[in-house]
Design a protein around this ligand. Structure first.
Ligand code: ARG
Length: 474
C-alpha cells in the first residue's frame, strides 16, 4: 500500500508523474533545521499540555536529533514520494521510534507547519542579509574615506553637471543601503509572528499552548487569526519587494561601475582578481561582477512579480499554489546574499583614478553654475547671471578653451562685476568646498557623512547581534 502519511482514504498509489510534479522536497529540504526545531518545540508543548507523555517526547526528541545528524552528515535519503521536508522527517521519525513518532503531528497540520518553517527561515535569512548589507556599507565607507579629496564630475542626464567629491557620490549608495537595512528590519518584524497552532485552517480541538511554542522559538508575536496564519504570504512579498529594491540599488551602482571602468571614462580600475577576460580578444578585462549583479536584479524582481501573481486570486485558506512561494524566495535569498558579499569585495579592490576624474572636471564646464553663483554673490539676479555664464561658456566653446582660460578682459566685457578673484571661485576645489549646504558635496559635509556612517554602522552591528541571538540553535 501507499507509504504516504495521508494514504488512508486512497485505494490507488499516486501516479509517478503526479508525484514528481507536486513534490517540493527537492527545494524545501533546505528548511530541515527549521522543521526539526519546530517539531521539537511542538513536542515539548504537547507534553506540557499533557497531550504527549514524557517518554514519547523523549523518544521524539532523540529521533529528531538523529535525523538532524543524518541530514547534516549527508546520509539521509530524501524520498520524492514523501513529497516534502515535513513528511520526509515525520515518516523517518516514525520508522525509527515507532508509535511516539506518529503522535508528533497531533494538533498540527502541514499548513501551519510549513508556515512556521518558512517564517523561521526568512527571519534567519534576513539576519544574514542585514550583516551583508553592513559589510558592503563598510567597504563603501572605507573607499570614500580613502579618497576623501578626489573630485569628479557629478552628472545629470549623463552629462557633466557640477564638480562633486567621489566620496559624496559613493556615500549616496551608503544611504540607500541604510534604508535597505531599515526595510529588512521591517521584514524581520513582520516575519516574527508565530503561525503554529492554526492547524489546517481553523485551530484545533486540543488544549494547545501557542505562546509556549512562540517563546521557545523566540517569536515576538502570535498570529491572532488561524486562517490568516496559514494563508499569509505578505512577509514573503515584503521580503521579495525589499530584496528587489536592494537589487535595484546594486544594479544602479553596477551600471556606474561598468561605465567608470570603460576606456571612455577610466575613472576606476577593478582588481584583476575580480574581472575576467575574453576568449578571443586578448586586451579585454570585463567587469563581469557588476554586469551579473545588474542582470540578477531582474531575476529577483521577477520572483516578486511571480509571487504577487500567485497570491492575487487565492481564496482562503491554504491552496497548493502557496507551495510556489519557496523557490523564488530561496533564489532571492541566495542571490541577494551572494551579490552583497561579492560587491563588498569588489569595492574593496576598486582603485580610484583621481587624476582622470579631475581632468574630466577641468576639461569641461561643470563649474558654469559656480560662475553664475559668483555673479550672484556680487549682486546680480540669478537668471541674469545664468545667462552671462552661458555666454561665457559659448565663447569658450568657440575658442576651444575652458572657463579657467578665458581672459579677465573677456569676462569683464560680459559683466563689469567680474574681477581677478573669479578664477579662484571656479577652481574645482572651490566649487566643491562651497557647496556646504546640509547634505551637499563640500569637504565638510562629506566628513559629517563619514562620521555619521561610523555611528550608524555601530548601531547596525548591535541590531544584527541582537537578532542573531534570537535565531534557533539546535
Ligand atoms: N509542501 C507544502 C507547501 O510547501 C506543505 C503544505 C502542504 N499542505 C497540504 N495540505 N498539501 O506548501
Amino acid at each position: 500500500m501507499s507509504e504516504k502519511l495521508w494514504g488512508g482514504r486512497f485505494s490507488k498509489t499516486t501516479d509517478e508523474m503526479i508525484n514528481e510534479f507536486q513534490a517540493s522536497i527537492s527545494f524545501d529540504r533546505r528548511m530541515y533545521r527549521e522543521d526539526i526545531a519546530g517539531s521539537l518545540a511542538h513536542a515539548e508543548m504537547l507534553t506540557q499540555a499533557g497531550i504527549l507523555s514524557q517518554e514519547d517526547c523523549a523518544a521524539i526528541e532523540k529521533g529528531l536529533r538523529d535525523i538532524l545528524a543524518q541530514i547534516e552528515r549527508g546520509t539521509f535519503t530524501f524520498s520524492l514520494a514523501l513529497e516534502d521536508i515535513h513528511m520526509n522527517i515525520e515518516k523517518r521519525l516514525t520508522d525509527a521510534v515507532g508509535d511516539p513518532g506518529s503522535r508528533l503531528h497531533t494538533a498540527r497540520s502541514r499548513n501551519d507547519q510549513v508556515a512556521l518553517d518558512t517564517h523561521m527561515y526568512v527571519r534567519h535569512a534576513v539576519v544574514e542579509i542585514l550583516d551583508h548589507i553592513r559589510e558592503l556599507q563598510h567597504a563603501i565607507v572605507t573607499s570614500a574615506d580613502a579618497n576623501k579629496d578626489v573630485i569628479m564630475p557629478g552628472y545629470t542626464h549623463l552629462q557633466r553637471a557640477q564638480p562633486i567629491l567621489f566620496a559624496h557620490h559613493l556615500m549616496a549608495y551608503f544611504a540607500m543601503l541604510a534604508r535597505d537595512f531599515e526595510r529588512f528590519q521591517g521584514v524581520y518584524a513582520r516575519a516574527d509572528i508565530m503561525p503554529l497552532g492554526a492547524g489546517a485552517l481553523a485551530g484545533t480541538t486540543l488544549p494547545i499552548d501557542r505562546s509556549f511554542v512562540a517563546k521557545r522559538l523566540n517569536f515576538e508575536r502570535i498570529y491572532t487569526n488561524s486562517m490568516d496564519a496559514v494563508s499569509d504570504r505578505d512577509y514573503i512579498l515584503e521580503f521579495l519587494s525589499t530584496a528587489s529594491i536592494l537589487m535595484v540599488h546594486l544594479s544602479r551602482l553596477s551600471e556606474e561601475i561598468i561605465l567608470w571602468c570603460s576606456r571612455e571614462f577610466s575613472f576606476v580600475e577593478l582588481d584583476d582578481a575580480h574581472c575576467t577576460g575574453s576568449s578571443m580578444m586578448p586586451q579585454k578585462k570585463n567587469p563581469d561582477v557588476s554586469e551579473l549583479v545588474r542582470g540578477k536584479s531582474g531575476r529577483v524582481v521577477g520572483h516578486l512579480m511571480a509571487m504577487l501573481t500567485a497570491v492575487k486570486g487565492l481564496p482562503l485558506a491554504y491552496n497548493k499554489d502557496l507551495q510556489e512561494d519557496k523557490e523564488g524566495l530561496f533564489d532571492a535569498i541566495d542571490t541577494v546574499k551572494f551579490s552583497l558579499a561579492v560587491y563588498a569585495q569588489l569595492i574593496r579592490g576598486m582603485k580610484v583614478r583621481a587624476e582622470v576624474m579631475r581632468h574630466a572636471v577641468e576639461a569641461d564646464f561643470s563649474n558654469a553654475t559656480d560662475l553664475a553663483d559668483y555673479l550672484v554673490r556680487k549682486g546680480m539676479p540669478f537668471r541674469q547671471a545664468h545667462a552671462v555664464s552661458g555666454k561665457a561658456v559659448a565663447q569658450c566653446i568657440e575658442r576651444d578653451i575652458y572657463l579657467a582660460d578665458l581672459p579677465l578682459a573677456d569676462y569683464r566685457q560680459l559683466s563689469p562685476l567680474f574681477a581677478e578673484d573669479v578664477y579662484e571661485a571656479i577652481r574645482p576645489e572651490t566649487c566643491v568646498a562651497c557647496r556646504n549646504s546640509y547634505g551637499g558635496t563640500s569637504y565638510e559635509q562629506a566628513a559629517h557623512q563619514l562620521h555619521a556612517a561610523q555611528a550608524l554602522m555601530a548601531e547596525e552591528k548591535r541590531i544584527v547581534s541582537a537578532l542573531a541571538e534570537k535565531q534557533i540553535i539546535l
